[in-house]
Design a protein around this ligand. Structure first.
Ligand SMILES: CC(C)(COP(=O)(O)OP(=O)(O)OC[C@H]1O[C@@H](n2cnc3c(N)ncnc32)[C@H](O)[C@@H]1OP(=O)(O)O)[C@@H](O)C(=O)NCCC(=O)NCCS
Length: 139
């Protein structure tokens, strides 16, 4: 795999946001500003991870829960490290953290046009829900 996976801290923010910005298929918003990510990590301690190779962050994922279901956000692996199992390993670490917290199901929002991510999740056994649409509103 050529990378170590460890918990994400706010100290990883600059590298993680750079990776997400460079990753087609990751949609960023005001919820990804430093303060918001810091609050997210604090509220979901030990659930988000980075993959590090030679001191450089080459993969990152946010994970959290609403105390009912789990959610993955922004799973991304650097192109230099693609197809080495890192994405799957990061997602599995999140799922293990959710299991430890007693959360039995996890969801992820994927842009419909993001075929690569859809293939990735299908290969890892995630279920594409044909029966749901996402409905959103600004508060
Ligand atoms: C999706 C993503 C995280 C996958 O990371 P990765 O480390 O390359 O994936 P893995 O090596 O763990 O792949 C595991 C399996 O998923 C499937 N898969 C991964 N990438 C694939 C691709 N481009 N096409 C088809 N299947 C793919 C394969 O079955 C693969 O196993 P294999 O390599 O033995 O065939 C990565 O492509 C990425 O960062 N994409 C851009 C950001 C993004 O869209 N993230 C999703 C936001 S929700």
């Amino acid at each position: 795999m050529n990378a170590d996976i460890r918990e994400m801290t706010i100290g990883d923010y600059d590298e993680a946001i750079a990776l997400w910005r460079a990753s087609e298929g990751v949609g960023l918003s005001e919820a990804d500003e430093r303060g918001a990510v810091e609050a997210y990590l604090a509220a979901n301690c030990g659930m988000s991870f980075v993959a590090v190779d030679a001191g450089r962050i080459v993969g990152a994922v946010l994970c959290g829960t609403d105390a009912r279901r789990g959610y993955l956000h922004h799973l991304a692996v650097a192109e230099s490290h693609a197809r080495r199992g890192l994405g799957r390993a990061l997602a599995e670490r999140c799922l293990a953290a959710l299991v430890a917290a007693g959360i039995t199901r996890c969801h992820v929002h994927v842009f419909a046009a993001n075929v690569r991510a859809r293939n990735f999740y299908a290969a890892a056994g995630w279920q594409h829900r044909e029966d749901l649409v996402v409905i959103s509103k600004n508060t």
